[in-house]
Design a protein around this ligand. Structure first.
Ligand code: SF4
Length: 353
């Protein structure tokens, strides 16, 4: 089968299930995979590569979770005050950020009201800042803490200023894998329920995949299939973010099958093909991959490089050697070096001129 006929297969928008034989065959033939992913990327996004000016705020690193891939949690860590949040938001606005990404550990005692207050404090001082906040696991945590139904919690968050949610805590959406790497985290069904509920309430989310730990190839395909089918049902995902596992300081060091550069590039290409045409935006993470490999991923299906971040703690704790900030000029230089057109976007992929 040549790349042209494979591309033809993907003209059909109506199949949630992946053609696993084709996926396996493409995986074994990187040049065919590359050729197809490049063609589909061109169809979706032309030669443009996007980035967003944003700021991460990890409001606490205290967490009752036990994820084996995490080096961020502490039993006696910090919780930011409202003043701290406002100071960081002020700095973000001064640097041109359009988004604040707010996530933290699962601190005991934090209630739905506390999470809503953080949004209200930020929104009332920075009304035009897009608040991208709280993973499905955090939504479950606050719902449990306050004895509130998930949908009521999402409504309260939306009314407090939540604009969109990160689709993190997905890790790998196969329960047998989750039981080994994050036994206390929400199940695949719970993650899907919270995400779909958010989409139905008009709260868009991203989607993510943590790969390169203990999972096998078929489990990666199962994850992609779930993402694809949710998007076909709700249309609420803005992007798919590939997160190669950084084993450095985590419990999974020595166990994880850390992907090499070629495998990382192939995963971006495979995601482009598997999610086409339902998810248009495939993001390469410069924090996880490093800037040069993230740049190379632009040739293998990725059309977005994520955000400036300004403060990246989670990957850094796990051992990522990347800095905490990538400036807009660095994004533009990297994108132009690959012969592509840099475009600043907002969280919802609207172009910022
Ligand atoms: S990944 Fe999140 S939930 Fe899991 S232990 Fe780390 S901070 Fe806690």
């Amino acid at each position: 089968m040549n790349a042209q006929s494979e591309s033809y297969k993907y003209e059909s928008p109506d199949r949630a299930m992946l053609d696993r034989d084709l996926m396996r065959s493409l995986w074994r033939s990187p040049m065919r995979l590359f050729s197809l992913s490049r063609r589909l990327q061109e169809k979706c996004c032309g030669r443009e590569i996007t980035y967003v000016i944003n700021r991460n705020i990890n409001f606490t690193n205290i967490c009752v979770g036990s994820c084996r891939f995490c080096a961020f949690r502490k039993e006696d860590g910090y919780i930011l005050t409202h003043e701290d949040l406002l100071r960081k938001a002020e700095e973000a606005e001064r640097m041109g950020a359009t988004e604040i990404c707010l996530q933290g550990g699962l601190a005991p005692g934090l209630t739905l009201e506390d999470y809503c207050e953080m949004l209200e404090v930020l929104k009332s001082s920075y009304p035009s800042m897009h608040l991208h906040a709280y993973s499905p696991m955090e939504v479950l945590h606050m719902s449990r803490a306050s004895g509130v139904d998930i949908r009521d919690a999402l409504r309260a968050l939306r009314d407090s200023g939540l604009d969109s949610m990160p689709g993190t805590a997905a890790e790998l959406l196969v329960d047998s894998v989750r039981r080994q790497i994050c036994p206390d985290k929400l199940s695949t069904a719970e993650w899907s329920f919270i995400i779909k509920s958010a989409h139905r309430m008009g709260i868009p989310t991203t989607s993510t995949m943590l790969y390169g730990h203990i999972e096998n190839f078929e489990e990666r395909l199962s994850h992609l299939e779930i993402i694809r089918s949710i998007q076909m049902e709700t249309g609420g995902f803005t992007e798919f973010v590939l997160l190669p596992f950084v084993p450095g300081n985590t419990e999974l060091r020595g166990v994880a099958k850390t992907p090499d550069i070629l495998e990382n590039l192939k995963m971006h290409a495979l995601a482009r093909v598997a999610l086409y045409p339902h998810i248009k935006n495939i993001q390469a993470s410069w924090v996880k991959l490093g800037r040069e490999v993230a740049g190379a991923a632009m040739e293998w299906g990725a059309n977005d490089l994520g955000g400036t971040l300004m403060e990246e703690n989670i990957s850094r704790c796990a051992g990522s050697s990347e800095g905490q900030y990538m400036s807009p000029d660095e994004f533009k230089d990297l994108i132009k070096r690959h012969g592509r057109i840099p475009v600043q976007r907002d969280t919802l992929y609207r172009k910022i001129c």
